[in-house]
Ligand binder design. Structure first.
Ligand SMILES: Nc1ncnc2c1ncn2[C@H]1C[C@H](O)[C@@H](COP(=O)(O)OP(=O)(O)OP(=O)(O)O)O1
Ligand SMILES: [Mg+2]
Length: 142
C-alpha cells in the first residue's frame, strides 16, 4: 500500500482592520485559486506567534502586533494530491497603520487585499471555508 503523507502543520493569520481581513488568492498547487489568509508552515522550534509574525513579514512585508491564538482546523484534501492540513489560526493587527501589504511572493499569491468579513470572496481556501461554515467570527473571539 502506498504510504500517505504525514499531516502538515500550518499557521494562518486573521489580520484585522476595521471589519476587514487580509486575503490573497493562492497560486500554489494546494488550494490554487482559493482566497486564503496569509500563513505557512510552522518551522522547527517556533511558537505560533513567531510563525505568524514571520510568515506575515515574508509574504506581505507587514509587521504585526497583538498576536493571539483563535482556533484550529483539520482538513483532508484529495486534490491535487492527498494532504492533511492542521491549521492553527491566529489573529493580529498591523503594528503601523500606515504600512500597506506588498505581494512579496508573487509566485505563490496573486496579491493581498482587504475584504469585508460580511462579503468574503469565493472560493475560500479549505481551512478558512471550514471556520466560516462553523459561523466562526475572528472579530468576536477572545
Ligand atoms: N491561511 C492558512 N490557513 C490554513 N492553512 C494554511 C494557511 N496558509 C498556509 N496554510 C497551510 C497550508 C500549507 O500546507 C502549509 C504551508 O503554507 P503555504 O502557504 O502553502 O506555504 P508557504 O510557502 O507559505 O510556507 P512555507 O514556505 O513555510 O512552506 O500551511
Ligand atoms: Mg503561505
Amino acid at each position: 500500500m502506498a504510504s500517505l503523507p504525514k499531516p502538515e502543520l500550518g499557521v494562518g493569520v486573521f489580520l484585522l482592520k476595521g471589519n476587514k481581513v487580509l486575503l490573497g488568492r493562492r497560486r500554489t498547487a494546494v488550494g490554487r485559486n482559493t482566497f486564503a489568509l496569509p500563513g505557512g508552515h510552522l518551522e522547527f522550534g517556533e511558537s505560533f506567534e513567531q510563525c505568524a509574525a514571520r510568515e506575515i513579514k515574508e509574504e506581505t512585508g507587514l509587521d504585526i502586533t497583538d498576536i493571539e491564538f483563535l482556533t484550529v482546523t483539520n482538513n483532508v484534501l484529495s486534490e491535487p494530491k492527498p494532504i492533511q492540513l492542521i491549521a492553527i489560526l491566529m489573529r493580529a493587527v498591523v503594528a503601523d497603520p500606515e504600512q500597506t501589504p506588498v505581494n512579496l511572493e508573487p509566485e505563490k499569491c496573486d496579491g493581498w487585499d482587504w475584504y469585508d468579513w460580511d462579503n468574503l470572496p469565493k472560493p475560500l481556501f479549505a481551512p478558512l471555508e471550514t471556520v466560516v461554515l462553523r459561523g466562526f467570527n475572528p472579530f468576536l473571539s477572545h
